[in-house]
Each structure stands twice: as structure tokens, then as C-alpha cells.
Design a protein around this ligand. Structure first.
Ligand SMILES: *[C@@H]1O[C@H](CO)[C@@H](O)[C@H](O)[C@H]1NC(C)=O
Ligand SMILES: *[C@@H]1O[C@H](CO)[C@@H](O)[C@H](O)[C@H]1NC(C)=O
Ligand SMILES: *[C@@H]1O[C@H](CO)[C@@H](O)[C@H](O)[C@H]1NC(C)=O
Length: 324
């Protein structure tokens, strides 16, 4: 299918549905619209609506999003396997902290990845299988972290991303593992020139790096575009006291599960190219799951002693779920 022609274009975590029309290649990526209004002009919050209503199971006052733009084909169709590679073992996740990172923010994201495997959240992955009908394990682990002090500057491009990943694998002496997922996590002063904060919150892609087919993703700290890439939290408080980092937590989960189930863009997606997290994007579970956090914010998932607000994921047969 024509999809193949564009297989190397990243699958974006989108939020301007209009770009789907304006830039045809985007119709092949897993469009993930986010709250759009106010992103290009952060002061324009007029169109923000106070709930996720139709896409989540109810409204919880306090969590607001700028009208998630979920226009386009329905996200509820059957997700299908297209024959491509999926890793059924424990998935090694590597974090490249790019730019300036505080140890507190790193520990929020390290802790999430170190402990998410025990929550039942990643067990949703076990509803998917490989070409031999073997189920995915649903296990992930943080296999390494690396600090990159702006090696390609404050603006990352599609091309320089490859260098960032390649350099980290070399310097940190990580394996070049086709079954792993490598994340570039940009600090709040780091841009991605393909449209971070204006067209997407994050995306995953793949390339041959050190001779292996490496799955990797970019997720930036959306402090400059919270109303586009993070839920607007009650009183601006987020569960781990940094709305940008808490916003990243959910986007990292999104790109992680999609890299695992569709890392080469030829495995699990539906008839409209929605991958498993696209199908539940900006759905935090409404009043069924959202509850008050210790610090007065709202959250939906206990991960060890920490609390996070993460989007639901599409279970192959049970639809959007917080845990398997
Ligand atoms: C996988 O399982 C499905 C349903 O149980 C079956 O229809 C299909 O033939 C199986 N495929 C393989 C490769 O075993
Ligand atoms: C990062 O690079 C800047 C400028 O090159 C330098 O001033 C700073 O000390 C570096 N930071 C670390 C942690 O290496
Ligand atoms: C990010 O890069 C894009 C493309 O070069 C640019 O249009 C945009 O203004 C940049 N954003 C920031 C916050 O620098």
C-alpha cells in the first residue's frame, strides 16, 4: 500500500488536524490531535473547553484541555496486525536527556519507566501478538539513561536526531538493539524544527543506526505549549509538581507503546492508520479513573509511591483501558 512509500516519515503525535489536509504526507502518519487552540499563540485560551467529555467517560472538573481536536476518521475501529516486527520479550527503553535537566525531573521520568511494568498499564500490550501468535510480554524496563548537553544545538531536526541517538549509543556503550526503544527527551528550551509544540507533542520513527533498525522517538518538555501537549491541571498543579514533565509522562507512554507495537510502521494499526495509543489519545478515563493526587492535582495511575496522569491505551479486544 502507498503507506510504504512514506514509511520513513515519523508517526507524529499531532495536534493540528488542518495540517492533515495541508500536508498530504501527514495523512499517512498516526495523527494524534491535541488541544490545538492557544498553541501557536499561548495567550489565546479563549477556545479552551473545560472537559474531555466525548472522548473520555465523563467530565471531571479541574482537568481541562483546550478542546482536543479529535476530528477525522473514528478511532474505534478494529486494530489489525500487518505482519511486521514486534518484540515479544521485555522491552529495553533508553532515555537520552537532551539539554538541561534537573535531577528531580529526571527522577520523575526515570521512576515512571522503572516501575510502570508493575502497574498493569503496560500489560495492555500483552493483548497484541507477533506473526506466530505469540503475545507481547507487556514488560518494559529502563535500560539506560544518557545526558546530552546540546550536542546538536537547541533545535533538533529530523536529520540531527539520528546523530543524537547514534552518539548516545556509542558514548553510553548501549547495544544497537532493534527490539528496544530509544527516547530523545528535550528540555523545555529545546525545539524540534519539524513542529514541536505547533504540530506535534512527540513522535516515533526508525532508522538504520550502527547497522541496526533502531526505533526511536522525540518527546519534548511542553512547558511552552501546555495547553497543546498537556492537560491543563487544576490550579496549574500537576501530580509531580511540574506540568511540563507530567505532560511528557503521558506522551512518553504514547510513543513507547506505539514503538513497541508498530516500530517499523508495518505491524499494529487500524484502517485509518491509528496506532494503539492514537485510538485513546487525550482520554484519561474521566471520573472513572481520575482522582485527587496528594498535592491537590489530579491523577489516574499509582506507580509505586508516585502518581501520574497518563492517557488510556487501546486494548486489542477491550478498547481503551487504564490497565489490562
Ligand atoms: C493466530 O490465531 C488466530 C486466531 O486464534 C488464527 O486464526 C490464526 O490462524 C493464527 N495464526 C497463526 C500464524 O498461527
Ligand atoms: C554544557 O555545555 C555548556 C556550554 O558548552 C557548558 O557551559 C556547561 O558547563 C555544560 N554542562 C555540562 C553539565 O556539561
Ligand atoms: C521551532 O522550530 C520551528 C521550525 O524551525 C519554528 O517555526 C518555531 O518557531 C520554533 N519554535 C520555537 C519555540 O523556537
Amino acid at each position: 500500500m502507498s503507506f510504504q512509500l512514506f514509511s520513513r516519515f515519523p508517526r507524529f503525535f499531532h495536534f493540528f488536524a488542518c495540517l492533515l489536509i495541508a500536508i498530504p504526507i501527514f495523512s499517512y502518519v498516526s495523527a494524534v490531535p491535541a488541544p490545538a487552540d492557544g498553541v501557536r499563540n499561548p495567550n489565546n485560551k479563549l477556545k479552551i473547553t473545560p472537559s474531555f467529555t466525548s472522548e473520555s467517560n465523563g467530565d471531571v472538573s479541574g482537568i481541562q484541555s483546550g478542546s482536543p481536536d479529535l476530528s477525522g476518521p473514528p478511532r474505534t475501529g478494529k486494530i489489525k496486525y500487518h505482519g511486521g516486527f514486534v518484540n515479544t520479550g521485555t522491552i529495553d527503553i533508553y532515555y537520552i536527556y537532551y539539554g538541561s535537566w534537573s535531577s528531580a525531573d529526571r527522577s520523575t521520568l526515570d521512576f515512571l519507566m522503572n516501575n510502570i511494568g508493575s502497574t498493569g498499564y503496560t500489560k495492555i500490550l500483552a493483548s497484541y501478538n507477533d506473526g506466530n501468535n505469540k503475545s507481547l510480554s507487556g514488560n518494559v524496563r529502563l535500560a539506560g539513561t544518557f545526558l546530552d548537553n546540546y550536542s546538536v544545538g537547541k533545535s533538533i531536526t529530523d536529520n540531527t536526531m539520528v546523530n543524537v541517538v547514534s552518539n548516545a549509543i556509542k558514548k553510553a556503550q548501549w547495544p544497537a538493539d532493534p527490539g528496544a526503544v530509544y527516547f530523545i527527551l528535550g528540555s523545555s528550551d529545546v525545539n524540534h524544527t519539524s513542529g514541536f509544540c505547533s504540530d506535534f507533542c512527540g513522535f516515533h520513527t526508525f532508522d538504520t543506526i550502527h547497522g541496526a533498525d533502531i526505533k526511536y522517538a522525540f518527546v519534548g518538555d511542553p512547558t511552552k505549549c501546555l495547553d497543546g501537549c498537556a492537560p491543563l491541571y487544576a490550579n496549574s498543579i500537576s501530580p509531580n509538581n511540574n506540568p511540563g514533565i507530567d505532560g511528557m509522562a503521558s506522551i512518553i507512554m504514547h510513543e513507547m507503546v506505539e514503538s513497541i507495537t508498530d516500530g517499523d510502521y508495518d505491524a499494529w494499526f487500524d484502517d485509518f492508520d491509528y496506532e494503539m495509543a492514537d485510538k485513546c489519545v487525550w482520554n484519561f478515563g474521566g471520573s472513572t479513573f481520575i482522582k485527587p493526587a496528594r498535592n491537590g492535582a489530579l491523577y489516574n495511575l499509582d506507580v509505586g509511591q508516585n502518581q501520574y496522569l497518563v492517557q488510556l491505551l487501546w486494548h486489542r479486544t477491550k478498547q481503551c483501558r487504564l490497565t489490562a
